[in-house]
Ligand binder design. Structure first.
Ligand code: GCU
Length: 666
């Protein structure tokens, strides 16, 4: 009997560690206890979802009765909720659903369920998919698009629907309530009648999970699709075209969220082609969606080859327009002033736009952080940005507070993440990249959450569970969590430490080193040399008052602090300064030695990650163990390549020896 019981235990343990676990993300099936759900209101789509989730996942007292109640409680904001051990109260049905997921998460991760009020930091929490109509994904490392494929425009299969439903469920479970389902480099045909049929099919599947559908649009669509002669936002025919198109979309998708626009940016058409401003363009679209309750998210990712310092351009173009945007426009700003580098200071636009709704854009897909090969847990990077003090309205004006309505009275608040999702079985290419999807949702819900808590939750939900071994916490959770928390800094160390940026390989799609890359006739601002400026006198980009003066875009005391190399934080040193190789660092090292030490440390860190993961073998299913082990091996090679390539390259200029305690380049 005892042996039979042990056998059963073994079976259940084995089945809880199946390879499909990768597919199930952090939502692995639970052996649920019976529960009675008492819900007020009609049995709407969202309530049906909430009820089903409770019944499939309840870990509380068997036979308990859970009350889901709609309330007019004024302390509940947006889709927030009041949570109790067996109750959820919310002002919206989506709030009830989020409350259910929170309840289940706490049960599954062993956190107490006491009475709590949980309000989201942002009203809109969106994924941006850079998915093209042909199924390819720009900067995607997890296979083809889950939404589009070459011949997909008209045919929606049941397999598509199942996948979209699983996707929507994963989003809802972490509070993500919107998805822009196509690339910001938008194809005009996305607005054609045949593609809109597919958009409707997608929206219908996302809706029961409270996920709204949005589209990225090409500014010249009236010309390319509508046959007009111009896309000038002040031309009445153009205005009419967008109004008509918007009506057509809302007829199909009544709760359509709105438009995301990349315009007058990286060669994309935009209002500036007609001598108009970003505000003219955004407002025209905002007026078109306003009668339907839609939003326009207008991206501030702008730079041109003529600008002496690319990092300054967004601020220069957008600050003069502050207060000129309609109140259903949100200006979407990347976390840093350049482009999703492993480390950037926060974009100076945060806090500087005081009369305009501003939303942060983070990149979940690892364009510059090792694709889906290197292990990078990105919550620490986002936490760092959100926690940065802009000083724009006095001390404590963090990026988080300048964007969530705490500092400025924004009509709308939102956060966007560039998705890392594709058709790969595990959705995100790297099993640990799932944690970034999870982390984005959690931080968009609560921008004060700490990375350690997010990693803890994710590991418990993804690898833990009731069948986990007794020593799981000490042998798996603690070391693997630390690995995750250190992983982003390791990448900074072995790729672009001390404020270096944009020195990656261009020919390998931004994977691996390429500080030397400068083909003839290439735009200077697309070559790494423009960013590192290494020469015999030193290294780094002079953005001080004697250089491009980007420091002045930051509010005091930051401008002064960044301007002086002795007060500028080490992590931003070469972002703001061009310094001699023998510059004396705070540590006492020369700049050259410090640089060598960082590269070397990054390599050592990855080797340490490998050791940690090797020891995790007994606690992980064979497939995920082997895949992650293999990827760490590749990452280790990548780290060495970065170190060797960058040190040998920079050494031509520094003409200084590699310090004895640094592993010499091969
Ligand atoms: C980066 C990225 C592009 C993308 C762009 C954007 O430059 O490499 O692929 O289109 O950002 O955010 O618009």
């Amino acid at each position: 009997m005892k042996r039979f019981f042990l056998f059963l235990l073994f079976l259940s343990a084995a089945s809880s560690l199946r390879a499909e676990d990768g597919h199930q993300l952090w939502l692995r099936p639970q052996r649920a206890a019976p529960v009675k759900v008492v819900a007020t209101g009609k049995n709407s789509l969202l309530l049906a979802t909430a009820r089903q989730e409770l019944q499939q996942g309840w870990q509380g007292k068997p036979g308990a009765s859970v009350a889901l109640t709609l309330t007019k409680d004024k302390t509940i904001k947006y889709d927030g909720f009041r949570l109790g051990p067996t109750s959820v109260q919310a002002a919206t049905e989506a709030g009830l659903l989020y409350g259910v997921y929170e309840l289940l998460r706490r049960q599954q991760t062993g956190q107490p369920v006491q009475n709590d009020l949980l309000n989201p930091s942002y009203e809109h929490r969106l994924l941006n998919h850079w998915d093209n109509p042909d199924g390819s994904v720009e900067r995607g490392y997890a296979g083809q698009s889950i939404f589009w494929r070459k011949d997909s425009a008209l045919v929606t299969t049941s397999q598509d629907k199942t996948r979209w439903q699983e996707y929507a469920r994963a989003n809802a479970s972490v509070g993500i309530n919107g998805a822009v389902i196509n690339n910001v480099n938008a194809a005009p045909q996305i607005l054609s009648a045949e593609y809109l049929t597919r958009v409707k099919a997608i929206a219908d599947v996302l809706r029961p999970y409270g996920v709204k559908t949005y589209l990225a649009v090409k500014f010249s669509s009236p010309v390319l699709l509508g046959g007009l002669k111009t896309a000038d936002p002040l031309d009445p025919a153009v205005v009419k075209w967008w109004q008509g198109k918007t009506k057509e979309i809302y007829r199909l998708v009544p709760d359509f969220g709105g438009f995301l626009v990349k315009a007058s940016s990286e060669g994309q058409p935009g209002p500036q082609d007609y001598g108009r401003t970003h505000a003219d363009g955004a407002n025209m679209l905002a007026d078109a969606v306003r009668p339907h309750g839609g939003l326009v998210m207008w991206r501030a990712f702008v730079y041109s080859p003529n600008d002496k310092d690319r990092a300054k351009q967004a601020y220069n173009e957008f600050v003069p327009l502050d207060g000129k945007f309609r109140d259903n426009v949100i200006v979407q700003v990347k976390n840093g002033p350049i482009d999703f580098q492993p480390r950037e200071p926060f974009s100076p636009l945060f806090g500087a736009l005081k009369k305009t709704s501003v939303m942060p854009e983070f990149q979940i897909t690892q364009e510059y952080l090792g694709h889906s090969i290197d292990l990078a847990f990105l919550a620490p990077m986002w936490e760092e940005c959100l926690g940065s003090d802009t000083h724009q309205a006095g001390p404590g004006s963090t990026v988080a507070r300048c964007t969530d309505g705490s500092v400025y009275p924004q009509k709308h608040t939102a956060m966007a993440g560039v998705a890392n999702v594709g058709l790969d079985t595990n959705w995100t290419g790297h099993d640990f990249a799932q944690a970034n999807w999870y982390a984005f949702g959690r931080l968009a819900w609560n921008n004060q959450l700490k990375s350690a808590q997010i990693a803890d939750e994710w590991l418990k939900l993804t690898f833990g569970g009731p069948t986990a071994a007794a020593d799981w916490n000490t042998q798996f959770l603690t070391p693997v969590k630390q690995l995750m928390l250190d992983s982003r800094e390791a990448i900074v160390n072995y790729s672009m430490p001390l404020g270096l940026h944009h020195i990656m390989s261009a020919t390998r799609e931004h994977y691996g080193p390429g500080p030397w890359w400068a083909p003839p006739k290439m735009r200077a601002d697309w070559t790494p040399r423009y960013y590192h400026q290494a020469d015999s006198a030193g290294v780094g980009f002079n953005r001080t008052k004697t250089g491009s003066d980007a420091v002045s875009q930051y509010h005091e005391p930051l401008a002064t602090q960044f301007n002086d190399p002795t007060t500028c934080p080490d992590e931003y040193l070469l972002w703001f300064h061009h310094l001699p190789w023998d510059f004396k660092m705070k540590s006492g090292n020369t700049l050259w030695n410090e640089l060598c030490a960082h590269y070397d440390k990054g390599v050592q860190q990855v080797r340490q990650f490998q050791k940690v993961w090797d020891k995790a073998q007994p606690y992980v299913d064979a497939e995920r163990f082997a895949v992650v082990q293999h990827k760490l091996r590749s990452q280790s090679g990548n780290a060495v390549q970065w170190k060797d390539a960058c040190l040998l390259y920079f050494q031509q200029f520094s003409r200084m020896p590699i310090p004895a305690d640094v592993e010499p380049p091969m």
